[in-house]
Design a binder for this molecule. Structure first.
Ligand code: ACO
Length: 330
């Protein structure tokens, strides 16, 4: 059961016009090829855990829970605070949640759905009753400023939900969930080595390998194919017909991908909810951010049937059925 939701964006908004001034690109190209108008970028002092804590606090507030009611924190991220240890224990400690279960999930843009599945498993096994699942990224840190094909796409942010034990027929129930991977595509979306230099540090000789790279065209079609297949399989398992789906909320990778995906699944494009124009592609934070914004705007309402799907590095993908709960926007 989803019991609460919240999100957090850094304060600095970077418009396409600002990018035009620093790299060989244009507002027209970015809007037409990706659907993005702006994205948010963390300042040097802001870490992934800061955004994760901000989103988690709002999710707890919307669930009307205090941090001590949480049994586990899962942070899905591609950009942890440090290569080691995981970011989730820092988040749990900063929330004041006590000595609880806390770990990260690494599945790039599919990370939030992998986190939801893991949280469901913790709840089903009796290991936890209430779990915070957070997707959080400071993706701007791993972008190569020389690579205009990735630098214009990604943004920073975090989204979180509180998942609690409940009944399958309750409003807010998480339905069937499917995940998949194909490691033969490891090179298509990758940071090949090390990690980017710290702010203020001189870039090492092999710096290009320390940044995120993506074979955009191949990823485009694989994303449509894998999310389409996975979403169809979840619909089948849930016993939902296409007309039963009120909203498709897919990973906000690119507006052309979300449009093609809706066509592929057979859902009218106007029933695909997204916020890529405002926040860009926020990787693991993308789905909870899109859900939180759609909820705050009153687009998705209690009882609505939502189909979630994501695709990312690994390659990884996933889909889930969700009935939207009656929760307060924060
Ligand atoms: N501004 C202007 N021109 C650009 C830019 C830019 N920012 N970036 C690339 N171009 C140019 C290219 O150099 C190329 O020029 P050329 O024809 O002279 O060689 C032209 O635009 C077309 O480039 P393509 O790469 O073919 O552009 P495409 O239409 O495929 O768009 C994009 C690129 C946006 C990356 C697209 O392929 C895409 O969205 N792919 C999928 C991304 C995705 O789904 N990611 C999800 C997973 S990500 C994750 O897991 C972290």
């Amino acid at each position: 059961m989803v019991a609460g939701i919240g999100s957090c964006l850094p304060s600095r908004c970077v418009t396409n016009a600002e990018l035009e001034r620093t790299m060989d690109t244009s507002d027209a190209w970015i809007r037409a090829r990706t659907g993005i108008a702006q994205r948010y970028v963390a300042d040097d002092g802001t870490r992934t855990s800061d955004l994760a804590v901000g989103a988690a606090e709002r999710a707890l507030k919307s669930a009307r829970l205090t941090p001590d009611a949480i049994d586990a924190v899962i942070v899905a991220t591609t950009t942890p605070d440090r290569p080691c240890p995981a970011t989730a224990p820092t988040v749990a400690a900063r929330l004041g949640a006590g000595p609880i279960t806390a770990f990260d999930v690494a599945a790039v843009c599919s990370g939030f759905l992998y986190g939801l599945a893991t949280a469901s498993g913790l709840i089903a096994s009796g290991a936890a009753e209430r779990v915070l699942v957070i997707g959080a990224e400071t993706f701007s840190r791993i972008l190569n400023p020389e690579d205009r094909s990735t630098s214009v796409i990604f943004g920073d942010g975090a989204g979180a939900v509180v998942l609690r034990a409940g009944e399958a027929d309750e409003t807010g129930a998480l339905g069937p969930l499917r995940l998949g991977s194909d490691g033969t595509g490891v090179d298509l979306i990758t940071v090949p080595a090390g990690g980017p230099p710290r702010p203020g540090e001189t870039a090492p000789a092999d710096s290009a390998d320390r940044y995120f790279t993506m074979e955009g065209k191949r990823v485009f079609w694989l994303a449509v194919q894998r999310m389409g297949e996975c979403a169809a399989s979840v619909l089948d398992r849930a016993g939902w017909q296409l007309e039963d789906v009120d909203w498709l909320v897919s990973h906000q990778a690119n507006h052309r991908i979300t449009a093609r995906l809706a066509d592929e699944i057979g859902i009218p494009r106007q029933r695909s909810v997204g916020n890529i124009a405002e926040v860009g592609n926020t990787a693991a934070a993308s789905i909870p951010l899109a859900l939180d914004h759609a909820h705050a705007q009153g687009t998705i309402r209690p009882g609505d049937r939502i189909l979630l799907t994501a695709f990312g590095g690994g390659l990884t993908w996933g889909a889930a059925a969700l009935t939207w709960p009656a929760i307060d926007p924060v």
